[in-house]
Design a protein around this ligand. Structure first.
Ligand code: BES
Ligand code: ZN
Length: 882
């Protein structure tokens, strides 16, 4: 992980050296695994038989275990018992158990290791864990479910827990009759056995043997479940949910999954190899969803949707998640990265692919336009920090591996693929993907294997243009200066803190310039050196990075930027160009390449803009600016809010905030967003409308607030209202019917600013009313005001040991809490405070998040120091400030 060693010169060291891996004297081939959960003690009893190929003469076998109590072990080879009670040595820190014996098993032989063990059905959403839902009578019903990625299969059973050690698995689950048992494969038999838990009889459900697969993709579920099924795909597809849920809410995901599987097997020319596909909603789930082969698990809100009560953006998130996890069934599950430093292959591809197929299924959603404000924006944002890391980064331990499930692996990873797919053409790119999947099916790969397949399909040297993008941290800013009939372009490393040292600016990125002129886009133009000149026919109109498919920022002269603003109005730029240009302009202002007054004028010139995505970008840019100015003078802050109002109100009123069936997917989100942006800036009419809807809702009219407006209405009434409004929203956060409604309410609570209400929000976040998976929801909105930011930080400091207990550092939640809590500060004294608090504490599991927060704060501090006067002058000149 980064911890700065990765940032320097990653390619000079062997990435595999950092890995902490098992000895290679044996290789697992097959596991027979039986697990039986105990819902009284919240433990499980297990037995595993691992068949091994012995690679070299062997007197010990080391495999991964974590928080398992091993009762017995036995080693055999063919007919010979090698040891019926081998010595067991557990290494807590290394998360392994070494099984040693006196006899030597010769290299080339087969061996078999049998172990019995007890594990904990834990509350940490890792390994084989417990989750619960409330039955109708209010009693708690428990289920057991699993989350293995990245390195928690070792909590469920002793195993060789590395992605390259693929094996087949035959799983048996033992449980009461009322329980549904699920695993990756279909059921082969159901028998009655003696229970290890009750002493009586229980059913044993045995599943068919899996194809060769990695341990992190295994899944086991035992619970009281309902399901719906579709036969519209070649094999049965089901959506399961706990019995307290309306299973019909899975219909949208079910049908989409069937269509998506069909589309993917055709697009990849590779049939889905398993006999069924189950998808299931899990009440306690740390990520959004997990791609277990044949048994995809989801957070409830990411798979179940009641279209009557959820808005368009929720539907899009569900669609994205389903398609993302199904893309992994090929890219990740069938072909797997060799080790976690190749995580981006999995996550970058699944992200890119979900956009690709969403665009095929829902062309009217125009998802690629939004890509620029979503993935491209997050990639460039994180990667502009010194504490970012290369896409391929050495990782060895669980706490490090967990931290790279970040915007670099997902967003930058997918941007790199978008860049090469645009360069090669999507058809050629997909042909390369087909070759890659064919060649490496059931195997493991490194990044070079993907480039090789793409080269093979395109006849171009892909590695040459792509290698640097995954091996080096960061991206360039391309500065354009103009001659009479040529442009001069120069690349330098871009850092948000604007303090690039020469040794950090040594990488020359292969930059696709994608020059847009009136004649179209020149795709072949590339900058492969520090600087170069290019002739132009017509200096009147040109723009680099057409559609922003390249990973860089472009810095133009102020005069050119003004001309581009006009070109936008003349219809010479695409939506992606307009949104991307605004994003670049602000990032460059925030880091000192340009003046902030320039971006304010640019935004002002976009008042007549017609497209949703561009407005989304405008709205984010103002929020970023306002958050950076969070701790500045009230008068300046009010002036910025006034500017936001002036900029957005006309569009908001023009679109209105009533919805009909005729509104398309984008229009719905457009109206909702403009209503929210102008409302938060205190547009009088919108404030009144929001309170009207809210009051009707409060007095029992459950349809008074349209689902698309719910989050904005809550945000508006809580930021201007008091206890009365708060009580209604809290009640929704705890008691509303669907998870989406509860989350929307929960997410708004932090908007309330009075000290008393802030304390209630904080107390709620750590109470039993909020599941650990949702702790980020109420605290996130505290970041919208200085009082909230300070109170949250004070609370976290005071309750640190409690939080550490509740959110173990090996998982990702503590890291998100640290990031949410610290990243909104803006001053150098804040950095001192944060650093001094953590100086005496272990930062294991969140060291990256912390370093990134501190970088982000110093960037904001420098921005304000540089441009505070510039902004004031602009605000005065434009009559927002006296
Ligand atoms: N493989 C991940 C799930 C995961 C995340 C496992 C972190 C372990 C640690 C899964 O494919 C995924 O990426 N899920 C996303 C949803 C997606 C739509 C981006 C998530 O969980 O947010
Ligand atoms: Zn994923």
């Amino acid at each position: 992980m980064c911890r700065h060693f990765g940032a320097d010169n990653p390619s000079s060291m062997d990435i595999t050296q950092a890995r902490e891996v098992l000895p290679t004297n044996v290789k697992p081939v097959h596991y027979d695994l039986t697990l039986e959960p105990d819902f009284d003690k919240f433990t499980f009893e297990g037995k595993v038989v691992v068949d091994l190929d012995v690679i070299e003469d062997t007197t010990s076998i080391t495999l991964n275990t974590l928080e398992l109590k091993v009762h017995s072990a036995k080693v055999t080879s063919g007919q010979n018992v090698i040891s019926s009670s081998p010595a067991l040595a557990h290494d807590e820190d290394g998360q392994t158990t070494k099984v040693s014996f006196d006899q030597t098993i010769p290299g080339g032989a087969k061996a078999s290791l049998t172990m019995t063990f007890t594990g904990t059905l834990n509350d940490n959403m890792a390994g084989f864990y417990r989750s619960s839902f409330k039955a109708e009578d209010g009693s708690t019903t428990w289920m057991a479910t699993s989350q293995m990625e990245p390195t928690d299969a070792r909590r469920a059973f002793p195993c060789f827990d590395e992605p390259a050690l693929k094996s087949t698995f035959a799983v048996t689950l033992v449980a009461d009759d009322k329980m549904t048992c699920l695993s990756n494969m279909d059921v082969v038999s159901e028998t009655t056995v003696d229970s290890k838990v009750t002493g009586g009889k229980r059913k044993a459900v045995t599943f068919n043997k899996t194809p060769p697969m990695s341990t992190y993709l295994l899944a086991f579920i035992v619970g009281e479940l309902n399901y719906i099924e579709t036969n519209s795909f070649r094999i049965p597809v089901r959506v399961y949910a706990p019995k307290d849920r309306d299973i019909e809410h899975g219909r949208f995901s079910l049908e989409l999954a069937a269509k998506t599987l069909d589309f993917y097997e055709k697009t990849f020319d590779s049939p889905f190899p398993l006999p069924k596909m189950d998808m299931i909603a899990i009440p306690d789930f740390s990520a959004g969803a997990m791609e277990n082969w044949g048994l995809v698990t989801y957070r409830v809100v990411d798979v179940l949707i009641d279209e009557k009560v959820s808005g368009a953006s929720v539907k899009q998130r569900v669609a994205e998640t389903v398609q993302h996890e199904l893309a992994h069934q090929w890219f990740g599950n069938l072909v797997t990265m060799d080790f976690w430093d190749g995580l981006w292959l999995n996550e970058g591809f699944a992200t890119w692919m979900s956009w690709y197929s969403c665009n095929v299924f829902y062309p009217d959603w125009k998802v690629w336009e939004g890509y620029v404000t979503d993935n491209l924006a997050s990639a460039l944002s994180l990667d502009s920090l010194r504490s970012s890391h290369p896409i391929e980064v050495p990782v060895k331990r669980a706490d490090e591996i967990n931290q790279i499930f970040d915007a670099i692996s997902y967003s930058k990873g997918s941007c790199v693929l978008r860049m090469i797919s645009k360069y090669l053409g999507e058809d050629v790119f997909m042909e390369g993907i087909r070759r890659y999947l064919k060649k490496h099916a059931y195997g493991n790969t490194q990044t070079g294997d993907l480039w090789a397949a793409l080269s093979d399909a395109s006849g171009k040297d892909v590695e040459k243009v792509m290698d640097i993008w995954t091996k080096k941290v960061g991206f360039p800013v391309v500065s354009v200066t103009e001659g009479s009939n040529s442009i001069h372009v120069k690349q330098n490393r871009f850092l948000r803190t604007a303090d690039v040292k020469p040794e950090e600016d040594e990488t020359i990125f292969p930059v696709f310039l994608s020059l847009r002129t009136k004649d179209g886009v020149d795709k072949d133009l590339a900058l492969s050196s520090r600087e170069a000149d290019f002739k132009l026919q017509d200096m009147d109109f040109f723009k680099l990075n057409a559609d922003h498919s390249g990973l860089y920022r472009t810095s133009y002269t102020p005069e050119r930027l003004r001309k581009l603003g006009l070109a936008a109005k003349d219809g010479l730029l695409t939506v992606e160009d307009r949104a991307g240009m605004i994003a670049d302009a602000e990032a460059l202002a925030a880091s000192g390449y340009q003046k902030t007054s320039g971006i304010l004028s640019l935004l002002d010139s976009f008042k007549s803009e017609s497209e949703f995505v561009v407005w989304q970008e405008i709205s984010s840019r103002i929020s970023v600016l306002r958050s950076a100015w969070m701790f500045e003078d009230q008068a300046v802050k009010d002036a910025l809010k006034h500017f936001q109002l002036d900029l957005t109100k006309d569009k908001a009123h023009e679109l209105g905030w009533s919805f009909t069936d005729k509104d398309g997917h984008i229009e719905q989100q457009f109206k909702a967003m403009m209503f929210g942006t102008a409302g938060i800036a205190k547009d009088e009419t919108i404030l009144k409308a929001a309170f009207d809807m809210f009051n009707k809702f409060k007095s029992g009219d459950s349809s008074a607030i349209h689902p698309n407006l719910r989050s904005s209405v809550y945000a508006i009434v809580l930021s201007s209202g008091g206890k009365e409004e708060y009580d209604v929203v809290v009640d929704q956060a705890i008691n509303a019917k669907t998870s989406d409604e509860r989350n929307t309410a929960m997410r708004a609570l932090g908007r309330a600013k009075s000290p008393e209400l802030i304390q209630r929000t904080l107390a709620l976040a750590v109470s039993d009313d909020v599941k650990a998976q949702d702790i980020y929801l109420p605290i996130s909105s505290l970041r919208t005001h200085p009082e909230g930011i300070e109170a949250l930080w004070a609370f976290v400091k005071e309750n640190w040991s409690e939080l550490e207990k509740r959110l173990p550092p090996s998982l990702s939640m503590l890291s998100s809490v640290v990031s949410i809590t610290t990243s909104s500060f803006t001053k150098r004294e804040h950095i001192k405070d944060i650093e001094s608090f953590f100086a005496s504490k272990s930062t294991k599991g969140f060291d990256k998040a912390l370093a990134q927060s501190i970088d982000a704060i110093s960037a904001k501090a420098a921005w304000i120091e540089r441009d505070s006067e510039d902004v004031k002058t602009w605000l005065k000149k434009n009559k927002y400030l006296q």
